[in-house]
Design a protein around this ligand. Structure first.
Ligand code: GLY
Length: 333
């Protein structure tokens, strides 16, 4: 990740969690706090005196109360800014620990060991940290780049099928935002290519003022589907359906041709991901939720493909969005 004085390495491979002591030594940290949502045998020793804190993955724990509890434990342990905090878990854990690290003594180095595919290809890389408020997801956060990220593919071996699919949604959408065709590649290469793409985008627009929006391809409808179903639709599944929808909406706005629309469907289906709208959610509710998307400054806003590439499209007419939703294939249950 090329970010000047805040540049860092994302190590990707089988067994790379064993690099942790080396990474910690290179940072010059004397002590570490390891916050882990994984069992001890999957949580590497940092190689310096450390405090281990057990955590749990899950949106219900991703809140300011958890951040406050973590910060208190860091203080009790006497952790200084010259030490290091290590997160080991899924995206909700890397997000929460990353925010706590950004706040402890106004910023303490953090190393992420993402243990889900979703966290490896997206959440742990790029420095966005946040927690939820009762009013909505990710509403309180900070940009706090990690000092290193270790994406150990061995940790994915025991993930349930559905959790893997959750990450594949983010890999699939890379096809439309500048990645080569990743579909038939080994998982290691898919992760490496997705992270490389994200690193290029973040290096060019760390603070989300333009280009970084493209990482949210398929996310406007995806987030709405997650929320409308009380998160029964997982993030990656929502992004998959949202990607198919983004192709159709771009077509309805005259931005792309039918072959590219079909490509959206085929790429998503090629990963075994859902392409149909889920049953039991009204289009009106989805439109209302999409209006509250973080990219929006008022009107309906989407990241869409077009003749000059992918870009943010604002103030899309509601009738076009509604008609495109109505034309989507729909699961019956
Ligand atoms: N997950 C989107 C971003 O990091 O900007």
């Amino acid at each position: 990740m090329e970010l000047g004085s805040r540049a860092y390495t994302v190590h990707i491979g089988h067994g790379v969690r064993s690099l942790l002591p080396e990474v910690v030594a290179r940072l010059g940290a004397n002590r570490a706090v390891v916050v882990t949502a994984r069992p001890p045998e999957q949580t590497p020793d940092p190689g310096v005196p450390s405090l281990m804190i057990s955590a749990s993955d899950g949106e219900q724990y991703k809140n300011l109360a958890t951040v406050a509890r973590l910060c208190s434990r860091f203080v009790e342990f006497g952790l200084t800014r010259a030490d290091v905090i290590i997160s080991c878990g899924g995206g909700t854990t890397t997000d929460t620990v990353g925010l706590a690290a950004s706040l402890h003594h106004r910023g303490t180095p953090v190393v992420h060991l993402p243990t889900t595919l979703l966290a490896q290809v997206d959440a742990s890389v790029g420095g966005k940290t946040a927690v939820n408020l009762p009013e909505g997801k990710n509403l309180v956060g900070a940009y706090w780049q990690p000092a290193a990220v270790l994406c150990d593919l061995d940790l994915l071996a025991t993930l349930p099928e559905r959790e893997l699919r959750n990450g594949l949604g983010e890999i699939a959408r890379c096809h439309f935002i500048g990645a080569p065709d990743l579909d038939r590649l080994p998982l290691l290469d898919q992760v490496a290519a997705s992270v490389a793409l994200k690193a290029r985008v973040v290096a060019a627009d760390e603070r989300d003022s333009g280009l970084r929006h493209i990482l949210n391809y398929g996310h406007t409808l995806g987030h709405a589907l997650e929320r409308a179903t009380g998160f029964a639709v997982r993030h990656g599944e929502g992004v998959a359906i949202g990607t198919v929808f983004a192709g159709r909406l771009a077509r309805a706005l005259g931005r792309i041709g039918p072959a590219r629309v079909a490509e959206h469907h085929d790429v998503v289906a090629g990963y075994g991901l859902p392409t149909e709208l889920v049953a039991g959610v009204s289009d009106a509710e989805l439109v209302a939720l999409m209006r509250r998307d973080k990219k929006s400054t008022g009107g309906l806003t989407f990241v869409l493909d077009g003749p000059t590439g992918v870009g943010l499209v604002t103030d899309v007419a509601e009738e076009v969005v509604t008609a495109t939703l109505a034309g989507m294939p729909r699961a019956t249950r």
